[in-house]
Write a protein that binds this ligand. Structure first.
Ligand code: NAD
Ligand code: AHE
Ligand code: ZN
Length: 369
């Protein structure tokens, strides 16, 4: 079938809107009509050329929601008409990783996913007879996509696509980092670096668990109001701090953060996030994704004296199990999404969504098909 897609033709170039060809689902695969997709900083990271796994030409997008249109042979858990969120972290419930409660990183299809291919090693997308790469197993910048059954969460059919698509990455990553990865306790003190689409959801997660102090750090002063809207108690703009940021934050948190979260992808900030964690027990969680060739560093003494450096992908969530629950939390009013979706665009304006991200004007832009 012909579908409408935004194609990443080359690193650093705007996406191009094309009619591309999509083959139907093969065994274990599902054809999904994507109704809406968010634009995450990770899409920008890959489009920029900084992603060592970045492949071109490709159909990016990993924060979608839609409806099952067709299923391939052997698909048992989904049927036509089901509402779904595609998962860039699948949940096969069988691999060594799924069977280990310490991780959410199902590895059943990770190799082919990283190669921009479906699990059988081929692509379903093509343009003028030439294959296009899939992206993160989801490729939601197309109004139809093919996704493995194990990478789809079935959700409440009453949930609005243009809001819950954000649960496909940003919401789950931020809230999950607090609940699943940090397992932060009520009364804790936390510092969140970067108050964008991810950081604000970390803040909302910290509010949810009853953190006592939530410090937000961002270079953009407009983010103060945004952070406060979701539970931030203190705002720090590093460019306005006299002297070093780390001792300032240690002082503000009365000895250091119980938990700190890096939600930018800046390796220098990752170091600051670790070093503002409390001596003896502070944990720093890396969420931001850093470009090819970049490395983190600190004095080992920081770890010797009891700080831990950790990381999280998709907020430690097991998508088929946890995503439907997070959709329900939204439907019950337990978490907020609507105010964070600052811009809704048509596919033809998708590049505007990337510009709004660069200028710091948007929290989340959502493309509605
Ligand atoms: P975003 O662009 O919406 O937000 C980034 C924020 O960081 C902005 O508010 C910006 O002003 C601020 N910022 C930039 N440089 C700063 C600095 N030096 N000090 C303080 N603040 C600074 O991005 P996002 O969509 O929230 O994504 C954030 C990061 O998380 C990206 O690296 C993205 O790739 C990554 N990410 C990771 C996961 C995961 O599973 N680990 C999931 C989603 C996104
Ligand atoms: N391909 C990059 C790493 C990108 C990355 O870490 N992605 C996160 C999700 S970001 C969502 O916005 C992730 O899930 N990582 C685990 C995994 O298996 O990819 C690189 O550096 O190579
Ligand atoms: Zn993302």
């Amino acid at each position: 079938m012909d579908v409408r897609a935004a194609v990443a033709v080359e690193a650093g170039k705007p996406l191009e809107i094309h009619r591309v060809q999509l083959e139907g689902p093969r065994a274990g695969e599902v054809l999904v009509e994507i109704k809406a997709t968010g634009i995450c900083h990770t899409d920008e990271f890959t489009l920029s050329g900084a992603d060592p796994e970045g492949l071109f030409p490709a159909i990016l997008g990993h924060e979608g929601a839609g409806v099952v249109v067709d299923v391939g042979p052997g698909v048992t858990s989904l049927q036509k008409g089901d509402h779904v969120i595609p998962l860039y972290t699948p949940e096969c419930r069988q691999c060594e990783y799924c069977l280990n409660p310490k991780t959410n990183l199902c590895q059943a299809i990770r190799t082919t996913q990283g190669q921009g291919l479906m699990p059988d090693g081929s692509s379903r997308f093509s343009l003028n007879g030439k294959p296009l790469h899939h992206y993160m197993g989801t490729s939601t910048f197309a109004n139809f996509t093919v996704v493995p059954e194990i990478a789809l969460a079935k959700i409440n059919p009453d949930a609005p696509f243009d809001k819950v698509c954000y649960i496909g990455c940003g919401v789950t990553t931020g809230i999950g980092a607090v609940i699943n990865t940090a397992k932060a306790e009520p009364g804790c003190r936390a510092v969140v670096f970067g108050l964008g689409g991810i950081g604000l959801n970390v803040i909302q997660g910290l509010r949810l668990i009853g953190a006592e102090m939530i410090v937000g750090v961002d270079l953009n002063n407009d983010k103060k109001e945004w952070g406060e809207r979701f539970g931030m108690t203190h705002f720090v703009n590093p460019s306005e701090v006299e002297g070093d940021l780390v001792p300032y934050l240690v002082d503000l948190t009365k000895g250091g953060a119980d938990y700190s979260f890096e939600c930018i992808g800046n390796t220098k900030v990752m170091r600051q996030a670790l070093e503002c964690a409390h001596k003896g027990w502070g944990e720093s969680i890396i969420i931001g994704v850093a470009g090819a060739g970049q490395e983190i560093s600190t004095r080992p003494f920081q770890l010797v004296t009891g700080r831990s450096w950790r990381g999280t992908a998709f907020g430690g969530a097991r998508g088929r199990t946890d995503v439907p629950k997070i959709v329900d939390w939204y439907m019950q009013g337990k978490i907020e999404i609507d105010p964070m979706i600052t811009h809704t665009l048509g596919l033809e304006d998708i590049n505007k969504g990337f510009e709004l991200m660069h200028s710091g004007e948007s929290i989340r832009s959502v493309v509605v098909y």
